[in-house]
Design a binder for this molecule. Structure first.
Ligand SMILES: [Zn+2]
Ligand SMILES: [Zn+2]
Ligand SMILES: [Zn+2]
Length: 99
């Protein structure tokens, strides 16, 4: 199973920074190719800044069912596999996570 890295991450991918019920999405860094709960976690744990991932390169993972998603699937606002809802406020950070 693919792990979601971060600080104080729970089993659904919530972290110290984002821990509401719907904060369950992990995002992949294009440089280290690992999924993180958020870019703040990534930058605290790695020696480089988070590098946005191509939209067709499975940039997101559902913390509830651990299915990886392309940008189109993630953009549904819920997981196409387990139907859990994602936090719509993540869209504020699109430029950090996707290119
Ligand atoms: Zn990285
Ligand atoms: Zn975090
Ligand atoms: Zn899911």
């Amino acid at each position: 199973m693919i792990a979601i890295h971060g600080i104080n991450v729970d089993k659904a991918g919530r972290c110290e920074h984002y821990h509401q019920v719907n904060d369950i999405v992990g995002l992949k860094c294009a440089q280290c190719q690992q999924y993180f709960a958020c870019y703040k976690c990534h930058d605290a744990l790695k020696d480089h800044h988070f590098v946005a991932c191509a939209k067709n390169d499975l940039p997101a993972i559902c913390g509830a069912c651990k299915h990886t998603m392309n940008f189109q699937e993630y953009s549904l606002g819920h997981c196409p596999y387990c139907q859990n809802k994602f936090n719509p406020k993540c869209s504020l950070h699109y430029a950090i996570y996707f290119k």
